[in-house]
Design a protein around this ligand. Structure first.
Ligand SMILES: [Zn+2]
Length: 461
C-alpha cells in the first residue's frame, strides 16, 4: 500500500517544502537563459533535482517549465502546479521565506500557492512508486514558472511538449471545479461631438476604478453647477442608501462616490461607486448632447445591476447566471470610455453574448472596443475525470455530500487542455494565498498528498 510509504516520508516532504520555500521565486527581469529571473530558475532546478534523486525522469523545458515523470504508457496524466510566487508584501509576523513551523503550520510565501501542493503531488508519486504501483499511463508533474504573471510558461510548454490526455491542477479549491465561467472584457466608447448649451449642469470629468475585474470603491465627477444640485444628492443618498459626498471648491463641484470593493467575479458582493454616481447624474439636469446620452445609456442599461439584464445579456444556464461588472470609467467633455467585465455561464458561447451586446448598443452611437475573452471551462459532472476525482475526495475526507463546483474566476487549469482544478485548499481552511503570513497546515499537506496519490492511482490504473 502506498499509504505506509507516504507516512514514512512525511518528514522528508516537510524538509523538501522548506527548501523550496526558502528559494524566493518572484518574477524578475530575464537573466541570461532565465526568462523569469534567477529565483524562479533556482526553484525549478531544485525541484527537478529532487525528482531526479527519487528516480523519476525529469526535463527542464528551456527554463519556462519543467516536468517530473513516472511510469510507462501511451497516455499522459498531467498534474499542473507552479513554482513562481507573488511578491511577499509587508507586515509578516514570520519571515516570508523562512519556512518556519509553528503550531503545526508552515509559514512562507508559496506554502499554499503553489509549492505546497506541488511537493504534495511529488511525494504522492514517490509513495506510489515505492509501493510498487505500475501505472498504465505516464504520470507527469508539470511545473510552470509564470502562473502569477500571465502563464507564458504553459503557452511555451504546449508549443514544445506533449499535451496531457487528462490532467488536474491543485492550484485552487477542493473538491473538483468542473466549470469556470467564460470571461469577457470590453469597453463602451464614444466621442462627444454634439452638445447643446442649454443651461444644464456641465460635467467636466467623471473617473473611477482601477481594473476591469474589481468592483470600484471610488468614483468622482467634477461639475460646473449651473443650478443647485445639493438637495438632489442628499435625497439620492437617503432614498437609495448611497454614499456620495458633495464638495464645493471655488467654481467647481465635486461628487465623490464611495462604494465597497469586491472581486469582479462576484460583483453582487460589492457596491459599485461608478454605477452609484452614474445613477445620480441620470437624475440631474445635465447638459444635453452626446455626453449626456452616454451617461444616460450607462444608467439605463447598467444602473446598479450586476446581472446584465438591461444590457440584454441576463443569461442563465443550469449552473450559473451571468454577472457584469462596470470596472472603470474615464470621461471628459470630448470622449467617454467605460470598461466592463462579464462572466458568462459555462455552457454558453461567446458569440451569443457578443451578438446581444451589439444589438443593445446599436443606434446609440456607442462602440464596443477592445473586446477580448477567455472561453468557459466545462466538464459535465458525469465526466470520468470529474467522477473519479470526486469519488476519491469523498472517500478520503468522508464528506459524502461533497459536490463538484463551478466558479466565476479562472484557475491555472485553463492554461492547458483537458484539465480541471482539484484542490488544494480544503473547504473551511484559512485562505492566505497572496496575503501576509501565508501558511499551510501540515496535516492538510499530508492529507492532500494522500488524496493526490489515490487520485493518480485511480486515474492511471
Ligand atoms: Zn497559484
Amino acid at each position: 500500500m502506498y499509504s505506509d510509504k507516504l507516512i514514512a516520508s512525511k518528514n522528508e516532504m516537510v524538509s523538501a517544502l522548506q527548501e523550496l520555500i526558502q528559494i524566493k521565486s518572484v518574477k524578475e527581469e530575464p537573466s541570461g537563459e532565465s526568462p523569469f529571473g534567477l529565483g524562479i530558475q533556482n526553484a525549478l532546478d531544485h525541484i527537478l533535482k529532487i525528482g531526479d534523486e527519487m528516480g523519476f525522469k525529469t526535463k527542464n523545458v528551456d527554463n519556462y517549465a519543467g516536468y517530473i515523470e513516472f511510469g510507462e504508457g501511451k497516455e499522459l496524466l498531467g498534474i499542473l502546479c507552479h513554482l513562481d510566487v507573488v511578491p511577499e508584501g509587508e507586515d509578516w509576523t514570520h519571515a516570508p521565506y523562512g519556512a518556519e513551523i509553528v503550531d503545526g503550520k508552515m509559514y512562507g510565501r508559496g506554502t499554499l500557492d503553489n509549492k505546497g501542493p506541488a511537493i504534495a503531488s511529488l511525494y504522492a508519486m514517490k509513495a506510489l512508486k515505492d509501493s510498487g504501483f505500475k501505472p498504465n499511463k505516464r504520470i507527469r508533474l508539470i511545473l510552470g514558472t509564470n502562473e502569477e504573471s500571465g502563464s507564458a510558461c504553459m503557452a511555451y510548454y504546449l508549443k514544445h511538449e506533449e499535451k496531457p490526455t487528462v490532467a488536474f491542477s491543485p492550484d485552487a479549491d477542493f473538491p473538483v471545479i468542473h466549470g469556470e465561467m467564460g470571461i469577457l472584457v470590453f469597453a463602451l466608447e464614444r466621442d462627444f461631438v454634439d452638445s447643446d448649451p442649454d443651461g444644464g449642469i456641465e460635467i467636466l470629468s467623471l473617473k473611477g476604478g482601477n481594473a476591469p475585474n474589481m468592483v470600484p470603491d471610488y468614483a468622482e465627477a467634477k461639475l460646473l453647477e449651473t443650478k443647485p444640485i445639493q438637495d438632489i444628492v442628499k435625497a439620492f443618498n437617503q432614498t437609495r442608501g448611497a454614499n456620495i459626498e458633495y464638495v464645493k471648491e471655488g467654481e467647481f463641484t465635486y461628487l465623490k462616490s464611495h462604494g465597497v470593493s469586491a472581486h469582479g467575479s462576484t460583483p453582487e458582493k460589492g457596491v459599485n461607486a461608478i454605477s452609484q454616481l452614474v445613477c445620480l447624474l441620470d437624475l440631474i439636469d445635465i447638459q444635453i448632447g452626446d455626453q449626456s446620452n452616454f451617461i444616460r445609456f450607462m444608467a439605463s442599461h447598467i444602473g446598479m445591476e450586476t446581472d446584465g439584464k438591461s444590457m440584454g445579456v441576463g443569461f442563465d444556464d443550469a449552473y450559473n447566471h451571468l454577472v457584469l461588472n462596470l470596472g472603470m470609467i474615464d470621461l471628459d467633455q470630448s470622449h467617454g470610455k467605460a470598461v466592463i467585465n462579464i462572466r458568462y455561464p459555462i455552457t454558453m458561447k461567446e458569440l451569443k453574448i457578443k451578438t446581444s451586446l451589439d444589438s443593445t448598443v446599436r443606434g446609440s452611437g456607442i462602440d464596443i472596443t477592445g473586446f477580448r475573452g477567455s472561453d468557459p471551462l466545462f466538464f459535465p459532472p458525469s465526466h470520468p475525470l470529474v467522477k473519479t476525482l470526486m469519488d476519491v475526495y469523498r472517500e478520503k475526507t468522508g464528506d459524502l455530500d461533497a459536490k463538484p463546483i463551478t466558479i466565476g474566476g479562472g484557475t491555472y487549469a485553463r492554461a492547458i487542455p483537458n484539465a480541471v482544478a482539484f484542490g488544494a485548499l480544503f473547504p473551511g481552511a484559512e485562505d492566505t494565498m497572496h496575503q501576509r503570513d501565508e501558511a499551510i497546515v501540515l496535516d492538510d499537506l499530508y492529507k492532500m498528498s494522500d488524496i493526490f496519490a489515490l487520485a493518480i492511482q485511480r486515474l492511471a490504473e
